[in-house]
Design a protein around this ligand. Structure first.
Ligand SMILES: NC(=O)c1ccc[n+]([C@@H]2O[C@H](COP(=O)([O-])OP(=O)(O)OC[C@H]3O[C@@H](n4cnc5c(N)ncnc54)[C@H](OP(=O)(O)O)[C@@H]3O)[C@@H](O)[C@H]2O)c1
Length: 284
């Protein structure tokens, strides 16, 4: 169905008996919870867990989500939809037993491919990626799922995001790089021709860059007041935007910075794959 024909109220109705759990309340987790609640998803069916930070707990309370707080173990075994918004390196610390058979697990973790997600969360776990907190909170967020999944896409629609489609997991990885571009360009000056050239090159390999270019223009037209915060919010420690930013700062071209972003994604995958396989071997 065309995005403009989808009404959030209809989507909310489809989820009227569903409990949603958001694991992780950092940059991304909180920016998913806020629009979900703002768009009418009831807090008594929303669960939120985080790690050990007292500051995060206080922040959740301050933002009005105190009643949603629970531990990851309770969340994982009770939520119908489990949204994973923690660093990929922390995924192994999550309790896996007790996840309902019919639960929909949606991972937003960059660089964690489906085969590893299934090893951690079981078969049927879905992989999604979305744009950064500032775009989501201002109603201009975009997301993509691979493989395409109607329920996962409905979940991001309830958060006010627009879905884009990707045709392969590698294209989803390229989407992850693409969504980091606006906050980076708002902070680091790059010649327009260089940006256009880099985007065209990506589009020749990954068609989603056609849609991403339009979205990027739109997002950058209304530049946010706090540009530094905008970049910080999208910069998960050790993640892809961090790699792209430091590449540009150390003199790389825009095209090379995009390659650094793709490469960092592959490094995260290799790092987490090693740990997951080690744990599986230990459990055999
Ligand atoms: N930031 C973005 O723009 C963005 C966009 C798309 C996707 N992502 C992906 O989203 C994930 C999170 O990124 P982020 O930037 O939000 O990171 P972040 O700000 O560092 O937040 C990570 C959150 O995970 C929590 N956490 C750690 N271990 C946990 C556990 N065992 N159970 C429950 N929660 C746990 C932390 O809790 P404490 O606060 O208590 O330490 C923190 O709230 C990453 O995988 C990233 O690739 C991020």
């Amino acid at each position: 169905m065309h995005e403009s024909n989808v009404k959030i109220v209809d989507v909310l109705n489809r989820f009227s008996k569903t409990t949603i759990g958001i694991v992780g309340f950092g940059h991304l987790g909180h920016s998913l919870a806020i629009p979900l609640a703002r768009n009418g998803f009831p807090k008594d069916r929303l669960m939120i867990s985080h790690g050990s930070s007292e500051a995060t707990r206080e922040r959740a309370k301050m933002l009005g989500f105190g009643e949603c707080l629970t531990d990851s173990c309770h969340l994982m075994s009770n939520a119908d939809v489990i949204i994973v918004a923690i660093r990929p390196q922390d995924a192994l610390a999550l309790p896996r037993s007790g996840v309902k058979r019919a639960a929909l697990v949606i991972s937003f973790m960059a660089g964690l491919p489906i085969d590893l997600l299934e090893m951690v969360f079981g078969q049927g776990a879905k992989r999604m990626m979305c744009s950064g907190p500032d775009t989501i909170l201002s109603g201009r967020g975009v997301a993509a799922a691979y493989p395409a999944d109607d329920r996962a896409i409905d979940v991001v629609r309830m958060m006010g995001m627009r879905a884009m489609s990707v045709g392969s997991e590698e294209e989803l990885d390229s989407f992850t790089v693409g969504i980091c571009i606006p906050p980076i360009l708002l902070n680091i000056a790059v010649r327009e021709e260089e940006v256009l050239g880099g985007m065209k090159k990506m589009e020749s390999r990954y068609p989603v860059y056609g849609q991403l270019s339009d979205w990027m223009r739109d997002v950058m037209r209304e530049s946010p007041k706090d540009r530094d915060a905008c970049l910080e919010n999208v910069s998960t420690k050790g993640g892809i935007s961090e790699a792209m930013t430091s590449a540009l700062k150390s003199g790389s071209t825009f095209e090379a910075a995009l390659s650094h972003g793709m490469e960092r994604g592959r490094e995260i995958t290799a790092e987490v794959r090693k740990n997951i396989l080690l744990r599986h071997a230990a459990n055999l």
